[in-house]
Design a protein. Structure first.
Length: 278
């Protein structure tokens, strides 16, 4: 492992100081790179007995992300606790309002209090990074309500810097594409159901198997829109007939290729008058 450049070393120093000032961490872990690094650094700077990962095996988490999260903790000797949040049974959540993410995180952080009772001196941490503060993320309100801390925002770590740090420590998912919850594929005010989430997951898994690494399948009720990286749209169009037939078989009457390509948070374009700093 080579020494990091001075700028990255400065960020690592800030993070080490941040963790060293606290007794222990309970990390809301999803298997994504953000929470992975937060958990890894808790293990590194606070020690094995003071770093707890907690993942919810909910319907909105992809099965393969759940499995990868378990493997990561096994490989890095990290204690992982598995819970089951029930946000899908909450009408405030499954009716999919604009602040759906708030109710999801409220369920998660509320349930994490049970874990915190076992480790009363530990802080609950999230993987929120500095760049997240510029997007519409109602979950940040839930984090504030439950006093969830974020080392990456406190140390002003951007998403790119976060990936650089993860790469420096040779974490296996340092370049893993963002994998937001499956519910984010369903437009606001369209009801979220277990069946819809399963359809989206099956369609995206198929696209991954076809060689498209970073994908979204948006669920518009009776039809689906497929997004891949702009550089891969032509490849997708060559396979369009096969892709459309296969994804339709998962329960869609119609399947469209989104020729703009993948845009993270595209469904947020429907929102107006939202203060992104909240």
């Amino acid at each position: 492992m080579n020494n990091p450049d001075p700028q990255l070393q400065n960020k690592l120093n800030l993070l080490e100081k941040w963790y060293s000032e606290r007794k222990g961490s309970i990390v809301a872990f999803s298997g994504g790179i953000d929470s992975t690094l937060v958990l890894f650094l808790a293990r590194k700077f606070q020690g094995k007995d003071n770093a707890i990962g907690v993942i919810s095996n909910s319907e909105s988490l992809k099965t393969k992300d759940f499995e990868l999260a378990q493997s990561f903790c096994q490989d890095f000797d990290i204690h992982l606790e598995i819970i089951k949040t029930e946000e899908l049974s909450d009408l405030r959540y499954n009716q999919n309002p604009e602040n759906r993410c708030y109710f999801c995180k409220e369920h998660l952080f509320h349930d994490l209090q049970t874990i915190q009772q076992k480790y009363p001196t530990f802080d609950v941490l999230s993987g929120t990074n500095q760049d997240d503060l510029g997007d519409y993320r109602p979950g940040l309100q839930a984090a504030a309500k439950y006093q969830v801390l974020s080392p990456m925002t406190d140390c002003q770590i951007s998403k790119e810097e976060l990936r650089q740090i993860a790469r420096y420590f040779e974490l296996p998912n340092w370049d893993k594409p963002a994998s937001p919850c499956l519910s984010s594929r369903i437009p606001y005010n369209h009801q979220i159901t277990r069946e819809k989430l399963q359809q989206v997951e099956a369609a995206e898994n198929y696209l991954n198997e076809m060689g498209f690494r970073d994908v979204r399948v948006r669920h518009y009720g009776d039809y689906a829109k497929v997004e891949v990286q702009p550089s891969e749209i032509q490849k997708l169009l060559i396979l369009e007939k096969e892709v459309v037939e296969k994804i339709a078989a998962f329960g869609f009457q119609k399947v469209q290729i989104d020729k703009e390509g993948l845009v993270s948070g595209k469904l947020n374009r429907a929102l107006k008058g939202i203060n992104y700093t909240k």
